[in-house]
Structure formats: structure tokens, C-alpha cells
Ligand binder design. Structure first.
Ligand SMILES: [Zn+2]
Length: 506
């Protein structure tokens, strides 16, 4: 069976989703998981965009092995030099350079003639080739470009050394049959196309990103670009999990295979959702909370008699273990340890003891401790290095009260406390933290969701906070949503503090 490559751009296009801001540490965590998932290439970022982007890409290239690492660069020398600087320490680096080729982009955005664009594309690839052998060239807005002009550009960049040609549907305008016909025409008219890989990159503005990508598979492209949970600019990109599971479940139709370890899909999806703060809609294909839920009596009856009556794939194939043992307050050390091991979350003994005592506290507060809860306990364990910790929190709030919060924090062995009023209890608590520390955080994004279903689910809060010019994200989990908010805010404060973006008054 033909192998098709998966190029993941969660950390570049996905990271461009409105409201998402990942730091280098979080990007690295996602990159390691993408490695486990088995993607062929991961696009780590756009190094010229900011020092933070550069650092994220550099660390991923250095630390994540057994997967290609790509860095994005516009078709100019400065971008390409910077991209190369970021990935040169990698095992299999790829420079991904791009320029727009559609009449509308060339005229209004670039203000360049087609000849100038052709020249710039070829020059850029030539420069990139002087640094590294693996070069991907993308013709931005390809699907709205003139076929003959695009074929001329592609022929030129192949001669200059490009190894992968990407034909993006940048604005999500294409339809499946039209896109397939367009790709076919490009492949027929480009000289040397047989020497390179052809790639597609589809956006979801009309909900057709996955359909368009699958249509491209049918005419023999070699690489699919996608993101976990379909996050990305505007309506997002083709969703990795949907593409992979469509190809897998309907191999009879597509006749291709991928290198994806499907049992890592659910875990990857959860991790990306958690760290980006982008929630997954319940009815989302493959990874939504309801994707494998059967509600109606007729369906449940059918499922009990024979699963394949209403199930085209088993949840276990994407790593959702529906029949997993339930952990609660009667669970012992061994059961918890076993479950952590099943999830690939082994901890050192001393760390495990600490986690276990927090597990017991949590089990007292809610009936069932779910997989998501365990992940968050492990996350918290990693945050133990925080400089500023919550000591206590007291809130008064009600229909006829001015919401007031008193917050006690531990900083360098000292207990610091103060109180503040606000528009609501969360606002009051954030203001109290700022008062204690002498900081001035500006909340730019706040989201709250239940970590798992059920009436006693933990609340998970994600925040983005601006300290001066710097945006930093934080996440907190608790059975109490105000406490979760405060923990999220404190995580952002700690991150800003570690980076030297804020000073703490004593
Ligand atoms: Zn894109």
C-alpha cells in the first residue's frame, strides 16, 4: 500500500489561531507528543516572527528526534537565514519557504508582477538550498492562481532545488472535484514534478478542508498538511485525526496508509486542547466527547447485541479506553500507579507519593477520578517549581454584594496577603493577586470548561494575561471554578516571573 506523509502544522498554523499563545516549554511538550503520534514532519514555527518563536523552534529541532522539523520563512534572505539558524541543530531539518502566486495576492498584497514573484521564489529556494537539502516551497493562495503561471513557478523552484511542492487552499475556497482537477493540471504541466513530493494544505472556511485533502489523495499527492483538532487561522486547517481515521477506516477506498500511531490520537488531542485553551466541540468527529456516545434506546440496544451495528471504528483505536477501571476514593496506590503507567505517565517514587496524596484529596471531593483528572494532577506536579504559590483564598460574592476577594500567597518563604473588590469574584481575586505582588496583569482571554462530563467534574480555566508587552498563558484546575481561575492566573504570573517580565514588590 502507498504511504502518505503527514505534515503537522499545529505549532505553526495552529498556533496562529486567535487567542492561542504557547510558550517554548508548551510547544516542546506538544512536539514530543507529535513525535509519539508518528507524524513525518512537524512544522515548529515561524522563527522570524518573534524571539519566542525562534526559541521554540530551536529547542524542538534540538530535542525532538526521529521526526522532520520544518521552519517557515517568507521568500526572502532574512527570513531564510533566521529559519536556518533555528533548525540547523536538528536531525532532519526542512526549510519551508513561501510566496503568494494568485493575481489578487500579487497585485494587492505583494504589489509585484508575476515575473518578479517568479524571480523571488527561485532566488529564495536557491538560497535555502545552499543551507539544507530538504526544501518545501508553498505557493500561497495556490488554488486561486493561474494554472500556467503556477506550473512555471513550480518548474523554476524544482530546478532551484525544492524537494516538496505545496499547493495550499489558503482561503478555504476550493471544492473537492475542482481542487483535484486543479492539482492534476498542475502535475501535468510542471516539468520535473516526478522528482519531488506534492503536498496539500487546506483551510476549513467552508468546512471542506478534510474533503479537499482526501480528494487530493485520490490523484496521488504525497503529503497532507494538517493540525491536531483542526485548529488554525480563522476556521482552522484540515484536522489530522479526521484525515488519518478516514484514510484508515476507508482504506478500501483510498488505498494508502500513514505512519500515525492511532492509539495516540486521543491523548494528543487532549494535550493540544489543554495547552492551547481551544476547546473541542462535543460533536467533533473522532475526538469530540460524543464521538462514540450512543444515546437513543434503539442504538444502545443494537450496540449491546453487536457493536458494528452503529460503530464504524472502535474508540480503543484512537486510544479512548471506555471500559477503563474507575478510580475513586477506595483506589489504592497500586491501582493509581497502574493507571498512570497505562497512560505513559510514570513518576519517580517520591513524586508519586506526593501525587497520591493529592489524588486522595481530590477523590474526597469528587466521586470518580478520570483520566483527564490524572493528567492534570501530573501537570500540577510539574509546576511544583513555581516561585509564587497559593496559600489561601476567600471570596464573598452574591446578588447584592460587591464581590470581594482575599488572597494569601507564599513567596520566598513569606506569607503575603491582600484584598480587593471587582466586577465579579474572579476579577476581584485577580486584582487581589496583583495587589499582593505589585504586578499589573491585563486579562486578554479567559475560558472555562468542565474537564470531564458529570456533575462533579473539575473546572478547567485557561487564561492569557498581558504583563506590559508580554502575553503569557496559564491554566488551572479545581473542583471550585474560582480557585481554578486563581491557579490559572498564578501560573501565568509564575511564567512571567521566570522570564523576568515582572518584578515582585516585597
Ligand atoms: Zn494555513
Amino acid at each position: 500500500m502507498r504511504r502518505i506523509e503527514i505534515f503537522d502544522t499545529t505549532l505553526r498554523d495552529g498556533e496562529q489561531s486567535p487567542g492561542v499563545a504557547l510558550n517554548a516549554e508548551e510547544k516542546l511538550q506538544i512536539a514530543h507528543q507529535l513525535g509519539k503520534l508518528g507524524v513525518n514532519v512537524l512544522e515548529a514555527g515561524f522563527p522570524i516572527a518573534s524571539p519566542g518563536d525562534f526559541e521554540g523552534v530551536r529547542r524542538i529541532a534540538q530535542e525532538v528526534r526521529n521526526v522532520g522539523v520544518a521552519a517557515l520563512a517568507r521568500a526572502n534572505a532574512k527570513d531564510i537565514e533566521r529559519a536556518w539558524e533555528a533548525i540547523s541543530g536538528g536531525e532532519s531539518p526542512r526549510i519551508h519557504t513561501f510566496i503568494a502566486t494568485s493575481p489578487i495576492h500579487m497585485q494587492y498584497k505583494l504589489q509585484k508582477s508575476p515575473d518578479e514573484v517568479f524571480e523571488q521564489a527561485v532566488q529564495a529556494v536557491r538560497l535555502a538550498k545552499s543551507k539544507v537539502s530538504d526544501i518545501e516551497f508553498s505557493a500561497e493562495d495556490a488554488s486561486r492562481s493561474d494554472v500556467d503561471f503556477l506550473a512555471r513557478v513550480f518548474t523554476g523552484v524544482i530546478q532551484a532545488g525544492a524537494t516538496v511542492l505545496n499547493v495550499p487552499d489558503t482561503v478555504g475556497y476550493a471544492t473537492p472535484e475542482e481542487y483535484a482537477a486543479f492539482l492534476k493540471a498542475i502535475m501535468e504541466r510542471t516539468t520535473g514534478i516526478e522528482k519531488v513530493k506534492v503536498s496539500v494544505h487546506c483551510h476549513n472556511d467552508l468546512g471542506l478542508a478534510v474533503a479537499n485533502s482526501l480528494a487530493a489523495v485520490g490523484i496521488g499527492v504525497h503529503q497532507l498538511e494538517c493540525t491536531v483538532n483542526g485548529i488554525g487561522e480563522r476556521a482552522g486547517n484540515a484536522a489530522l485525526e479526521e484525515l488519518v481515521m478516514a484514510l484508515h477506516t476507508r482504506r478500501d477506498q483510498f488505498n494508502v496508509e500513514t505512519s500515525i500511531v492511532t492509539s495516540e490520537i486521543a491523548r494528543t488531542s487532549q494535550l493540544v486542547s489543554r495547552l492551547t485553551g481551544m476547546m473541542i466541540q462535543h460533536n467533533k468527529a473522532i475526538v469530540g466527547k460524543n464521538a462514540f456516545a450512543h444515546e437513543s434506546g434503539i442504538h444502545q440496544d443494537g450496540m449491546l447485541k453487536e457493536r458494528s451495528t452503529y460503530e464504524i471504528m472502535s474508540p480503543s483505536i484512537i486510544g479512548v479506553d471506555v471500559e477503563s477501571i474507575v478510580l475513586g476514593k477506595h483506589s489504592g496506590r497500586h491501582a493509581v500507579q497502574q493507571r498512570l503507567a497505562d497512560l505513559g505517565l510514570e513518576l519517580e517514587d517520591s513524586h508519586f507519593e506526593e501525587l497520591f496524596s493529592r489524588f486522595k484529596l481530590l477523590a474526597d471531593r469528587k466521586r470518580e477520578v478520570t483520566t483527564a483528572d490524572l493528567f492534570s494532577l501530573v501537570d500540577e506536579q510539574k509546576e511544583k517549581t513555581d516561585q509564587i504559590n497559593l496559600d489561601y483564598l476567600q471570596i464573598s460574592s452574591g446578588t447584592h454584594l460587591v464581590p470581594t476577594a482575599t488572597v494569601g500567597l507564599m513567596y520566598q518563604g513569606q506569607r503575603l496577603a491582600d484584598a480587593a473588590c471587582g466586577d465579579g469574584p474572579v476579577d476581584a481575586a485577580f486584582k487581589a493577586i496583583d495587589k499582593v505582588l505589585g504586578t499589573q496583569g491585563k486579562l486578554s482571554h479567559y475560558s472555562l470548561q468542565a474537564l470531564d462530563g458529570g456533575e462533579d467534574a473539575q473546572g478547567e480555566v485557561t487564561v492569557s494575561v498581558k504583563f506590559g508587552e508580554n502575553l503569557v498563558a496559564g491554566r488551572g484546575v479545581s473542583t471550585d471554578i474560582i480557585e481554578a481561575s486563581v491557579r490559572g492566573y498564578l501560573q501565568a504570573v509564575n511564567r512571567a516571573y521566570t522570564r523576568g517580565w515582572i518584578e515582585i514588590k516585597q
